[in-house]
Design a binder for this molecule. Sequence first.
Ligand code: KIV
Length: 270
Amino acid sequence: MSGIDAQRVRTRHFAQAKAAGRKISVLTSYDALTAGIFDEAGIDMLLVGDSAANVVLGRDTTLSATVDEMIILARAVTLAARRALVVVDLPFGSYEVSEEQAVTTAVRIMKETGASAVKIEGGAEIAPTLRRIVDAGIPVCAHIGFTPQSEHALGGHVIQGRGAGAGKVLADAEAVQEAGAFAVVLEMVPAEVAAQVTRSVEIATIGIGAGSATDGQVLVWQDAFGLNRGRRARFVREYADLGETLLAAARAYDADVASGEFPGEAESYR
Ligand code: KIV
């Protein structure tokens, strides 16, 4: 059962869901077929994340994702989603040069994908840019804590906000709220810090590796449903083992082709 009670999810529903104590469900999505399934399941928001660089395109980091790649994937998702809010990541290098560059990228993504919002990584330092995008009429979801596009600067996949770092996470959340974000993703921060941020801001917090107190949760679907057979992060719960299912199906097909068992009469034209 979905957290947001709406026939079509809009950004305004996020703060309403938070105020009503209803949790928001978010999954990543990068193609039409799975987007249609997640939408039918009642997932509130589909995030066309630049994690596509990892789980779709097979690369090591998200840094190489391009605007063109994001647009192709996002278009497929918006065509399939009937109810869920579709949000698209601004990839690395597409917004840092200037506020004009950021607005130009966000406008292009909105025009060419049909999405309802964009997501941008960064806290207080990106707040003026975020504000410019919001002022252009484009809803923005912020993303603070561990921000994968900065993994080299952060020294790898390191939990953010421990000890004295908690104050920075809180200040970042307040800065992006002030700049006009409708929601904020909190990635890999201690549960207690995420709980404090969630109490401190009025916008919805969406956690990934941020404990249970956030207003919503997001997972990369290939991790959550077992298609990504690599190392699994501590914060992932596996709801299915699609990797094993596909492996068994592919082996069965291979065997049937080899033996001549496939195709049979029923799969052949007369
Ligand atoms: O790119 C992505 O999938 C993300 C989520 C992990 C929040 O940013």
